[in-house]
Design a protein. Structure first.
Length: 225
């Protein structure tokens, strides 16, 4: 596999065994893991997910009620005044690019998909502002299509737990897909995200309080991985 944790991973149990242990603990800690973005319908889910880039879900959920009251349909967003859209989403950060992407994304949906949010990964990736992370969130929460969503938390925990040695999100996604049953991909991603937010923080992971410290190869390491 290669990478900075190669020797460490060779000395530990097999990746399949490690992955099963991680899944078992996460199932106990977060049995009801669900999409934390408040939304009604696919369009709202897509827009909220675009807004969530480099922003907390809590902040997005504070912004979207007013946003979705003002813009209710794909045509509303497609014809939105950029300055007004920017003003409504400003607190989510990177609001200029997000506003452009949301409007362009909705215009593309009208032109290419009859104003509907597409289901397939290939079609979602054709939309401005939509990468694999966003597409997997929409497919998982909106279409019940399993997908591994690799955000900063999933990438960090995957490396710390020895499930992947990569930093490239696409490679982390590929590694996890091979270790986790397909039906559990979406839930597993959410569970890792929750654990990353609550326990395995980037700068000061709470290893002493972590239910996985008995087998985590990164116990005691406080620098970001």
């Amino acid at each position: 596999m290669g990478g900075p944790y190669d020797s460490l991973m060779k000395e530990s149990p097999s990746l399949q065994v490690r992955a099963r242990r991680v899944r078992r603990v996460l199932d106990q800690l977060y049995p009801e893991a669900d999409c934390p973005l408040t939304h009604e319908g696919l369009l709202q889910l897509l827009v909220a997910t675009i807004l969530s880039a480099q922003c907390t879900d809590a902040r997005v959920n504070m912004v979207t009620p007013g946003l979705f009251k003002r813009f209710q349909t794909v045509h509303d967003f497609a014809n939105a005044d950029l300055k007004e859209l920017q003003r409504l989403i400003k607190s989510t950060g990177f609001f200029r690019s997000k506003a452009r992407n949301i409007r362009a994304c909705c215009r593309a949906m009208i032109e290419q998909f009859g104003g509907e949010v597409p289901e397939s990964m290939d079609d979602l990736l054709k939309l401005p502002g939509v990468g694999r992370k966003t597409a997997n969130v929409v497919r998982g929460a909106g279409f019940d299509q399993p997908g591994i969503t690799v955000d900063t938390h999933v990438g960090r925990l995957s490396r710390r737990l020895g499930l992947s040695a990569h930093k490239d999100p696409a490679k982390v996604e590929h590694d996890l897909m091979a270790l986790v049953p397909q039906k559990d991909w979406t839930r597993f991603s959410l569970q890792l995200i929750f654990h990353g937010r609550r326990v395995c923080h980037a700068r000061k992971p709470q290893c002493s309080e972590c239910a996985m410290n008995a087998f985590c190869p990164r116990v005691g390491v406080t620098s970001a991985a």
